[in-house]
Write a protein that binds this ligand. Structure first.
Ligand code: B12
Ligand code: SF4
Length: 482
């Protein structure tokens, strides 16, 4: 079959922060392994807005660069919904494609549709099915089924629009959730177990890597950087995060890690084929649970040391994963930067996020990384529904103190004025709903702050950001053109 896989651009992401879409890379690799031909259309890489994307996807599209895409001749279109905020754009794309006469099956996948299939089928038309959760196996089966003229309705891990629409109760109605829970006996969705052996997957297709390597995201800090996924799943259960629920959609052990030789082979290939010298591990949490996690990290360190690839790397982990000996060892074999979800420096906030850590744990992790001379990026959630002015002051004082004391360490704070966002499938979504505090629709959940002063402070910061980000992007574009 001829397949087109599409990822959409997110207006909130700066071009220099865009990345390769590893999920589509995996799906493309699996499809090619099975003899299908695949084209990946990565809208962020080409800065394609939805109308341009739709034009590019249909014959008679815009002249010029986009005309080359012409996947009108494709037998199937797959669209990834990476972020919940992309749902309206995704549905606009589907609708434009259908209006332009596209008749191919359109399949959606990614975190948001895996949780929101009832709502999407109730509120929108035009797509044929949704792959739920981790989807390499589901996608391969779907292609085989369609190729053989079979009915996608029976493919494990897949829900068709008709089935989701039926059980959604129809337009304007609340879904009858119990009818369509994946994995439950007799449900119309047949559960697909998680792949227990990640080494069995082909390495992700790297079609878009050359484009990113010529842009700023692939050359961050002077390195030629590529993304690699070494493990899947996380033993944490932070209330704002959907990771546990996502892998929980399928039966099986959620945390899985590739063997060290398999990971090193991929890195070696990236080094040889693309002269990559830095790897961004995009694992949910690089450090797996307990001894197994530690052992896997040590095995990777041994493998990288033995191969002398000359490649640095960075990753994200929990503060309680930071240990002096292990992290020194990882630094010796190339670790340069650690992203830490610190989130807050008050216990009330850490408990609200169900981080299962203390303020002291945060401090301890940061001082270990500082002592080791590792660069750190801190994730902070300044605003949650119950944030107080005192908490804001404590967190701001912490940031000030951090920047003051870590002269030698390059500390960055990802989005310091960050407001907690509510995503489908998360414990936060359920608890705010139970408390009657969840507002807005699933395309953009919202809540009120309990403290009016905090609400005012956030609104002023957000207004500045609304002006600042487009301005920064425009200046960036001008700079790049110059
Ligand atoms: C890399 C990454 C990014 C990159 C995006 C680059 C990219 N193109 O991938 C960057 C750094 C830009 C980013 C930013 C953000 N991110 Co992010 N990010 C990730 C991360 C860590 C890895 C993505 C990845 O490579 N996954 C591995 C691949 C294999 O999985 P996958 O993409 O899900 O694809 C699989 C399935 O979903 C499915 N599938 C996916 N698409 C399709 C399509 C079809 C047709 C089919 C059949 C199947 C299918 O099959 C794939 C193979 O199994 C994920 C967490 C995660 N582990 O996925 C979070 C994640 C996607 N990010 C998330 C969030 C919240 C954000 C931010 C909003 C955070 C913030 N507050 O700033 C920002 C975005 C916007 C902003 N304002 O800046 C959430 C999204 C939640 C949601 N429901 O919307 C996630 C899920 C993390 C989490 N658990 O909370 N992120
Ligand atoms: S540690 Fe990270 S991946 Fe794990 S549950 Fe918390 S936010 Fe999600």
């Amino acid at each position: 079959m001829r397949i087109v896989l599409v990822s959409l651009m997110h207006a909130g992401i700066r071009p220099e922060d865009e990345e390769e879409h590893l999920g589509l890379g995996y799906l493309a690799a699996v499809a090619r392994r099975d003899g299908h031909s695949v084209e990946i259309i990565d809208a962020p890489a080409h800065r394609l807005t939805v109308p341009k994307l739709a034009a590019a996807l249909t014959v008679g599209g815009e002249p010029g660069a986009t005309r080359r895409l012409q996947p009108e001749r494709a037998d199937l279109i797959g669209i990834s919904v990476l972020f919940q905020e992309l749902i309206p754009d995704t549905m606009q794309l589907v609708s434009l494609l259908r209006r332009a006469g596209a008749r191919q099956p359109i399949v959606l996948g990614g975190h948001p549709p895996s949780f929101l299939y009832h709502e999407l089928a109730r509120d929108y038309e035009g797509f044929d099915c949704i792959a739920l959760g981790e989807a390499e196996g589901t996608f391969a089966d779907l292609l085989e089924t369609l190729d053989g003229g079979g009915d996608p309705a029976g493919v494990p891990g897949l829900v068709t629009w008709e089935a989701a629409r039926r059980s959604s109760g129809g337009p304007g109605r609340e879904p009858e959730l119990e009818q369509l829970e994946p994995g439950t006996g007799g449900s119309p969705i047949r559960a697909r177990p998680l792949n227990p052996d990640l080494d069995s997957l082909p390495f992700p297709a790297r079609d878009t890597l050359p484009t990113y390597l010529t842009g700023s995201s692939g050359r961050r800090g002077g390195y030629r950087t590529a993304s690699v996924l070494r493990s899947r799943g996380c033993y944490g259960n932070c209330s704002f995060c959907d990771t546990r629920a996502f892998y929980g959609l399928s039966p099986g052990q959620a945390w899985r890690v590739r063997s060290a030789p398999n990971v090193a082979d991929e890195i070696e290939q990236l080094r040889l084929d693309h002269q990559v010298d830095h790897i961004r591990f995009w694992d949910d949490n690089f450090m797996g649970p307990g001894d197994r996690g530690r052992q896997a990290a040590e095995e990777l360190a041994r493998e990288l040391e033995a191969r002398r690839l000359g490649v640095g790397f960075s990753f994200e982990c929990r503060v309680t994963d930071v240990e002096p000996d292990l992290f020194r060892r990882l630094k010796d074999v190339g670790l340069t930067r650690v992203f830490l979800g610190v989130e807050a420096m008050t216990q009330r906030q850490l408990d609200f996020h169900n981080k299962k850590v203390t303020v002291e744990d945060n401090r301890r992790a940061l001082s270990i990384l500082e002592a080791l001379g590792l660069d750190v990026t801190i994730g902070m959630i300044m605003f949650d529904p119950d944030t107080t002015v005192d908490e804001l002051n404590t967190n701001l004082a912490f940031l000030k103190e951090s920047f003051g004391s870590w002269g030698a360490v390059k500390t960055k704070v990802a989005q310091p004025w960050n407001r907690l966002t509510v995503y489908a499938g998360t414990p936060l979504e359920s608890s705010l709903r139970e408390q009657g505090r969840l507002k807005g629709s699933y395309t953009q959940y919202d809540y009120d702050f309990s403290d009016a002063t905090v609400a005012g402070l956030y609104a002023s910061g957000a207004a500045l950001r609304r002006v600042g980000l487009p301005l920064r992007n425009a200046l960036g574009r001008l700079k790049r053109r110059a």
